[in-house]
Design a protein around this ligand. Structure first.
Ligand code: ADP
Ligand code: MG
Length: 457
């Protein structure tokens, strides 16, 4: 389906008007939606352009469904949403143009697989956990073919795709004539399927790869159980390696843990250099946050230092989630018209009582305080959060509330939500325990013992 420009504009006007009532907050609609532009509607993708990275992240984190629903209402078609910035759009158009000039018509592989200029070595924060992966990526860029392949693996969101694009961008900057192909394993599989419908498919694929100097292939675990694709890839791999063409592969697990792949392929994967990225340490996460804030054009001193450690502590497993949490706070800050600094209160309010998921087992949570206090008084945790007013239960509840306030430093209103109480009841409970602590030795003993247990994890 191709829709001409006039129709696109008419559709977008209707979509915007549907969005205006869906979003139902004029300030948000006016600031973030009226500046969006529908670029195209292809068979199943709607490409929408945002004026800058900030608006793009806000919309992507908060309103993707609102847009696809509004589009569906207007067009009666389900579109996947592709959101790009004005700059990315320009860059894509330029790349497409220059690839068109350089490539013969048969080189279909380049159509969907462009290097993302956003990911470079310069904006990759290096710490102990990713140092080896970073250094080996830089090494292959400078010494192609010496460590072949470079195999990078880690859990999701730790920077593999970023490094892969950074390698490609660095090669292109240094040696513009070199042909670099970045492709995800998924796209490789579909391109392979497309090629097989041609005459002399295998030969034309091999011809295509003869021209490629650098192959950067992302998320190789998707090759599992794709025997024909693997067979073809095995051939391409061997030809490229024997011609000293560098291959870099990423995966969500180590080569020997890849399932549904032939041993000979796995052993080829391990024949160069294998590096992993471990969970990032706090310092590195905080440094990444600083970088993302600066890149967003937001002054760094808008943030209380504590907010950055709070975000890093709660999103230590995945940088993508860390970025999402940062966007959420920035978004909240804009929409709540806060003109001062971003404090811990703002951070808590941005998550509306729901802290970002607790991921470190040892970390202290309200749930842990409730269950430990319940156990101390031989109660069930549900009794602590119930409305029952027997003396022993009320006392345990007040102590748990007091501990939440003192050990977690969360706002009264948020504690109220956890315990099903209003703000003033929570304040009164904290006051009550503080008074008891002055001269009631059994309470002093209970609180001291609970603090000790909770701090020991
Ligand atoms: P993966 O491919 O391992 O799932 P990505 O490379 O897609 O992870 O990274 C997710 C996001 O986190 C990207 O926006 C990326 O730029 C960012 N990121 C990850 N590690 C770093 C780092 N060390 N420095 C800066 N940004 C990072
Ligand atoms: Mg990735």
């Amino acid at each position: 389906m191709t829709i001409i420009n006039d129709t696109i504009n008419t559709i977008w006007v209707k979509v915007l008007s549907a969005l205006e009532s869906k979003v139902n907050k004029p300030s948000i609609y006016n600031s973030f939606f009226t500046c969006l532009r529908l670029k195209s509607l292809s068979s199943n993708t709607a490409t929408v352009i945002a004026p800058n990275g900030f608006v793009k992240s806000l919309i992507r984190s908060n309103y993707p469904d609102a847009i696809t629903e509004a589009l569906e209402e207007v067009t009666e078609t389900k579109f996947a949403l592709e959101l790009i910035t004005e700059d990315e759009d320009k860059k894509l158009a330029e790349n497409r143009e220059s690839e068109k000039r350089k490539e013969p018509a048969s080189s279909q592989f380049f159509q969907h697989n462009l290097l993302n200029p956003k990911y470079t070595f310069d904006n990759f924060v290096v710490g102990k956990s990713n140092e080896e992966a970073f250094q080996s990526a830089v090494f292959v860029t400078e010494n192609p073919g010496e460590l072949n392949p470079l195999f990078l693996y880690s859990k999701s969101g730790l920077g593999k795709t970023h490094l892969l694009h950074a390698i490609g961008n660095a090669v292109k900057a240094k040696m513009p004539a070199k042909k670099v192909l970045y492709i995800t394993a998924d796209d490789f599989i579909s391109e392979y399927v497309r090629f097989t419908s041609r005459e002399r498919a295998d030969q034309s694929l091999k011809d295509f790869f003869k021209d490629i100097d650098w192959l950067l292939i992302d998320d190789i675990q998707f090759f599992a159980n794709k025997q024909n694709t693997c067979q073809m890839f095995f051939n391409i791999f061997n030809i490229m390696v024997s011609n000293n063409k560098q291959i870099v592969i990423t995966s969500d697990r180590a080569p020997k843990e890849l399932e549904g792949l032939e041993d000979r392929l796995i052993s080829r994967f391990s024949s160069g250099l294998t590096c992993s990225i471990k969970e990032l340490e706090q310092d590195t996460l905080i440094e990444i946050l600083r970088l993302k804030i600066k890149t967003n054009g937001t002054p760094l001193d808008l943030f209380e230092e504590e907010v950055l450690s709070f975000l890093a502590r709660h999103n230590s497993h995945n940088v993508r989630e860390l970025e999402g949490a940062l966007n959420r706070i920035l978004f909240f800050n804009v929409t709540s018209n806060n003109h001062g600094r971003i404090t811990m209160d703002i951070a808590h309010a941005a998550f509306d009582g729901e802290l970002p998921r607790e991921k470190n087992k040892g970390q202290l949570t309200p749930e842990k305080i409730i269950s430990t206090t319940a156990a101390y008084y031989n109660l069930a945790p549900s009794q602590i959060t119930s409305k029952v007013r027997i003396y022993q239960i009320t006392l345990a509840r007040q102590i748990a509330i007091y501990l939440c306030r003192y050990l977690l430093d969360i706002p009264f209103a948020q504690i109220g939500k956890i315990f099903g109480k209003d703000h003033s009841t929570v304040m009164a409970s904290v006051q009550k325990v503080e008074n008891l602590l002055k001269d009631d030795s059994s309470i002093q003993k209970a609180v001291a013992q609970l603090k000790k247990q909770l701090k020991a994890g």
